[in-house]
Design a protein around this ligand. Structure first.
Ligand code: AMP
Ligand code: MG
Length: 330
């Protein structure tokens, strides 16, 4: 059931308090929420999504002061980041309180917390007045949902309801920053770019590939964001390649170059004006391509800076390990 009115938010908040599953809009993507302090409710999220149980969830709160309901300690760096970016697309990893269930944190001693910047999400969280664990509201591995329709496609028969909230402003997941050590560490690129974080925390650093491989950011290990179509990352101005399968799709900031052989009747072309629009569109574009039976999606790469890192991270993972950035196969 898709619901929209203020009265529906109150209904959804009651369902959450009782241990049900409610999908709701945020400024990043649609989330699938459950009462974070009820282990059974949180387990239902993993079941509905088919999510690997070692992949911890981000806990969402509706008020700044709710941090102390789940975190044992809030270091200065975390306070500065919250002041600067909350509500917003930034998740902060903090030492957890003992009453946060293991199922939320994957058994870790830490918990990721975020206050989303979306009126429907904030109202839901405030009315429910409980911390809400929420990953993206898609089947595990699939592109994140940026419409209520995408949520219904993936999870319609497995959840209690979806709150309607339009198309998210950012379209990519939150940036995850670990504030449990001496120096804040970016575990996942996302809606708040590194340059902006640096203005507030000049000594922030990005986790190394080795650290991520060792499980510091559990989600980095799993298949993610993949449409059914094969995703290829291509470089702007790539020379004519030829041999492109007919019916491929293209998304990027430029038009696809003429492939030289006139063999590529592109089935779908979307030229986006900037990286922000690219980010906002990418997951919906993947889903549209799947609906239209497109087998190959060509995504033009983008420069670092702004949302560039976050977008390239999602594209690389959608493409899988066997895709070489810059290679224009198949
Ligand atoms: P998702 O809900 O799919 O956006 O994924 C949330 C991601 O946040 C996880 O996949 C982890 O990479 C990260 N995360 C959540 N909790 C923690 C934690 N306690 N420590 C480190 N990373 C975390
Ligand atoms: Mg996800």
């Amino acid at each position: 059931m898709v619901v929209t009115s203020t009265k529906d938010i109150e209904w959804a908040a009651r369902i959450l308090r009782r241990g049900g599953l409610i999908a709701f809009p945020t400024e990043t993507v649609y989330g699938l929420g459950a009462h974070a302090l009820l282990p059974e409710a949180v387990r239902a999220i993993f079941k509905a999504k088919g999510r690997p149980s070692d992949n911890p969830l981000i806990v969402h709160i509706g008020r700044r002061e709710d941090v102390s309901r789940i975190a044992r300690d809030v270091p200065e760096s975390a306070l500065r980041l919250m002041n600067a970016f909350w509500p917003g697309p930034l998740s902060i990893v903090l030492p957890r309180r003992w009453d946060v269930p293991d199922v939320v944190t994957g058994g870790r001693d830490t918990v990721a917390i975020r206050m989303p910047d979306h009126p429907v999400a904030l109202r839901l969280l405030q009315v429910a007045d409980v911390p809400v664990a929420a990953p993206s509201a898609n089947r595990s591995g699939a592109p994140s949902p940026t419409t209520s329709q995408a949520v219904l496609e993936d999870l319609g028969d497995r959840i209690d309801g979806v709150l309607e909230g339009g198309v998210p402003r950012v379209g990519l997941e939150s940036t995850v920053v670990d504030c449990t050590g001496i120096q804040p560490v970016v575990l996942r690129h996302g809606g708040i770019p590194l340059e902006e974080l640096r203005l507030v925390e000049p000594d922030i650093r990005v986790a190394t590939t080795a650290e991520l491989g060792a499980g510091r950011s559990p989600g980095a290990r799993h298949v993610h964001y993949r449409p059914r179509a094969r995703v290829w990352i291509v470089t702007p101005g790539d020379a004519a390649q030829g041999g492109m399968p007919p019916g491929s799709a293209w998304i990027g900031q430029s038009e696809p170059a003429d492939r030289g052989y006139g063999l590529t009747p592109w089935a779908k072309i979307e030229v986006v004006p900037d990286v922000e629009t690219y980010a906002r569109r990418i997951f919906a574009f993947f889903r549209e391509c799947d609906r239209e039976g497109i087998a190959h999606i060509h995504c033009e790469n983008v420069q670092p800076g702004g949302l560039g890192e976050a977008l390239m991270d999602r594209l690389r993972r959608a493409a899988g390990d066997d895709s070489i950035p810059g290679y224009t196969g198949p």
